[in-house]
Ligand binder design. Structure first.
Ligand code: DUC
Ligand code: ZN
Ligand code: ZN
Ligand code: ZN
Length: 484
């Protein structure tokens, strides 16, 4: 079997940095140490050898707001690999009334062209007995994390009674509850008011979803998760109000995690006041970009450990799609890209400024989420036996981000014009070199689905409420309890 040796670099993990060569055979790491040899040599002199990035939050080819997100599993994972990310976790979004496993099959059909490995979260977009039953099948099929939208009223939003019932079910199954935390009722009211007063442009988007709607929903989700006895992962934490709730929950011993996005860390609300409508609309996503106070809070959370993972929420729409919202900001498809730029932007603005150490960078881009999602140490590690999902990172390599040279299918880039210093020299996906000195050598269909096991033993011990009330009646889909 042909082997690859990565020579002359410094291995950087979430724990430590040390000079070593890395030997790769059959898609996995088989040795780490001095003076290794192999059939092919990749020169890592001056570079860091790190676990490839894991993006826990993508929406590839997703039906949303009357259209489909523009990057599919092929272009999305190609963009990921170009930027040093070797795994994505995408959200399965069942339609209203659609069974979860039916939706999962649709996602499996789409993901056959992936260039790197991938996993899924399941979204709970409606509630009923069928969903309650399918949740067990989802866990058995390797999809034990369940996302709930507290916003997008009239479409994806679930109410508190449904949230509580679903969270309890997730807890009983040993899964992970996830939330998009914004108060959808308040967002709907503010949106209607802004439009009625003639505020139709993209600059109104931020006013329709102030930090308070996110702070309130984050607090509510944390309390409901605690009562349900389930761990909680809060996606796209964008502001101090939400971060404060997460920080407080963690300090109180609750198993709650927060996920800032690279966009919220590095772009601010002034983008929505750009005189060019297209410029502003291209940056419309939910939650919206915030001001510097909130950005500082997110960086501080990464430094102190109160926030755990940096994601993208990659949900890219072309300019033509964004223009569906001309004359009504609430119809601008929500979402931005970032898969190719997450690692270079975080390295430049985090490690490059001294805000993060290289080890913290690995933790928040790869290892932490691998542990939270029960992928570790197959993913997120540089260890013998781990998958050879690796990035050989050249801290001296520079470029200016430009849509003209990106892998994503869209016609712009929200980071356009930003200089990044720190880029992949090589990206390896299960031992295959997918990026070599900027040249893309991805192989369509190389990516595989990675199923994940539930963690019932871990999760059972979480909530005092659960301990006090166990054994408890089995609650079926919003239906009266049936007894144990
Ligand atoms: N927010 C976005 O901006 N896009 C996709 C879904 C979401 O919650
Ligand atoms: Zn969301
Ligand atoms: Zn999302
Ligand atoms: Zn292959």
């Amino acid at each position: 079997m042909a082997s690859i040796v990565i020579k002359g670099g410094t291995v950087v993990t979430a724990d430590l940095s040390h000079a070593a060569d890395v030997l790769v055979e059959g898609g996995v790491i088989t040795a780490i140490g001095p003076d290794l040899s192999g059939d092919t040599v990749l020169d890592a002199a001056g570079c860091y050898i790190m676990p490839g990035g894991i993006d826990p939050h993508t929406h590839l080819e997703m039906p949303f707001m009357g259209t489909y997100s523009a990057d599919d599993f092929e272009s999305g994972t190609r963009a990921a690999l170009a930027g040093g990310t070797t795994m994505v976790v995408d959200f399965i979004l069942p339609g209203q009334g659609q069974g979860l496993m039916d939706a999962a099959q649709m996602w499996h059909n789409k993901s056959g062209r992936a260039n790197c490995d991938y996993s899924y979260h399941m979204a709970v977009t409606w509630w009923g007995e069928k969903v309650w039953e399918d949740m067990a099948l989802s866990v058995a099929a390797g999809i034990p994390s369940f996302k709930h939208f507290m916003a997008y009223k009239g479409a994806l939003m679930v109410n508190d009674d449904e949230l509580f019932a679903s969270f309890r079910r997730v807890g009983d199954l040993g899964g992970l509850a996830m939330v998009h935390a914004e108060n959808g009722d308040v967002v709907a009211e503010l949106t209607a008011k802004l439009l009625a007063e003639g505020n139709t442009g993209p600059e109104a988007h931020g006013y329709s979803r102030p930090p308070q709607v996110e702070g309130e929903a984050t607090n509510r989700a944390i309390m409901i998760a605690d009562m349900a006895g389930v761990p909680l992962y809060v996606v796209h934490t964008s502001c101090e109000d939400a971060h404060e709730a997460i920080r407080r929950a963690r300090a109180a011993g609750k198993r709650v995690w927060g996920e800032p996005l690279i966009q919220h860390l590095t772009l601010d609300e002034s983008e929505y006041f750009h005189p060019d409508w297209d410029h502003a609309a291209r940056r419309v996503m939910s939650p919206p970009f915030r001001d510097k106070k909130h950005q500082d809070s997110l960086w501080a959370g990464l430094q102190s450990g109160s926030l755990s993972c940096v994601a993208t929420d990659h949900c890219a729409f072309t300019t033509a799609q964004k223009r569906f919202g001309l004359g009504d900001f609430s119809k601008i498809p929500n979402g931005t890209g970032g898969l190719e730029d997450r690692l270079p932007m975080l390295w430049t603005q985090g490690v490059g400024t001294g805000r993060l150490t290289p080890n913290e960078f690995v933790a928040v881009t790869s290892t932490n989420i691998a542990k939270i999602l029960n992928l570790y140490p197959k993913k997120g590690a540089v260890l013998v036996g781990a998958d050879a999902d690796l990035v050989v990172w050249d801290p001296a390599k520079e470029k200016v981000i430009s849509a003209g040279s990106q892998q994503s299918s869209i016609d712009y880039n929200v980071f356009e014009g930003k200089t990044v210093k720190g880029l992949p020299r090589y990206t390896l996906t299960r031992g295959q070199v997918a990026v070599q000195d900027g040249e893309i050598r991805t192989e369509e269909g190389h990516g595989r689905f990675v199923g994940r096991a539930a963690q019932p033993a871990v999760n059972r011990a979480l909530s005092a409420w659960k301990e006090l009330t166990a054994p408890r009646p089995v609650q079926r889909a919003g239906i009266p309890a049936t007894g144990v």
